[in-house]
Design a protein around this ligand. Sequence first.
Ligand code: SF4
Length: 403
Amino acid sequence: MTPSPLELYIHIPFCIRKCQYCDFLSMPAQEPIRTRYLAALLQEIQEKSRPLQGYQVISVFLGGGTPSILPGAQTAQILETVRRSFPLAPDAEITIECNPGTLDWQKLLQYKAAGINRLSIGLQSAHNEELRLLGRIHTYEEFLVGYDLARKAGFENINIDLMSALPGQRVRDWMDTLECVIKLRPEHVSAYSLMIEEGTPFFALYGEDEQRRERGDSPRFLPDEESERKMYVMACRMLGEKGYRRYEISNYARPGRECRHNLGYWRRISYLGLGLGSASLLNGIRFSNTEILKDYLEGNYGDLGALLQGGHGGYPIRSILWLDKKQQMEEFMFLGLRMAEGISREEFRENFGIELEGIYGAAIKGLVRQGLLAQQCGRVFLTEEGISVSNYVMGQFLLGDSW
Ligand code: SF4
């Protein structure tokens, strides 16, 4: 029997210090805590692999936090445990997120030897004033050193993360960052707009400003809506001219270099999250590990076998969602429409035993009439106009209580 594909996400929740805008589950921690975390993580990988032997792992993503904060030998230990516990596809994509301030030659060689074949480097901006404002731990020059070392160490698949719509940022500053990055010829670029998240220092500074922008008033520090839109368009144009295809709303890749792991999320392939607070989707259940570090270190990361057999397996009960057919159809649309290729009518029929038109015929017709969706060769996808109001478009695929 062909094994089912599975993706692994492994969360390393530690950072040197917290960035000003960050609301990810991440924190600074001393070495003894990190060592205890590693022990719990290795144990969790082994335990949770047991009920999943019918799967084959097609991608591993070490995310954070700052996974590159760990010594290279510890990263190798994690991947060694993954290999011993799960059947790993020979061509599996294995990515690690790296913070430029934490990379060195030795570590990169250890990554290579451990089978890591993709780096995702968080740059965010090529302007040191912007990096300082964001609270990043590195300068642009330090990033360049890390990037150069990564190429010399033989990494041929590198993503660079960028962030636009920063306080005080002008369209030409953003274009300058894009130009710097394009010159480096990475295989992949992720370009997201800054989100002002509640509970972060940026929320205290710019939360009100964001509300002004949402009300249609001029913001004082953040770029206005029109500039933000221009930044998005410039990213598409400048990257597109250099051979990067926008394959998802905020992700661009050279041909064949799309992130397989992320494509899996949007296509709703099963994935298992390992580590503090990490999320999973398996057998139509969405669930997450505890976010409390003390609990995690004590081994309270849930019993996957018990969960898959219908219990809650000690996972935080509020984190478990048994998706019904309606929710699965909604997710199929929300996630699938993020991709440039959109969704396939045939896959919808195969997944749900019903024609797409039977459920979403009216919504699709209305959105096509407004120029927000297009259809071609059995697929439905967002138009340029649809991308700029994607939240509105996705909202049209909620099925409501009466369904
Ligand atoms: S490096 Fe990433 S995860 Fe860590 S604090 Fe900064 S934004 Fe958050």
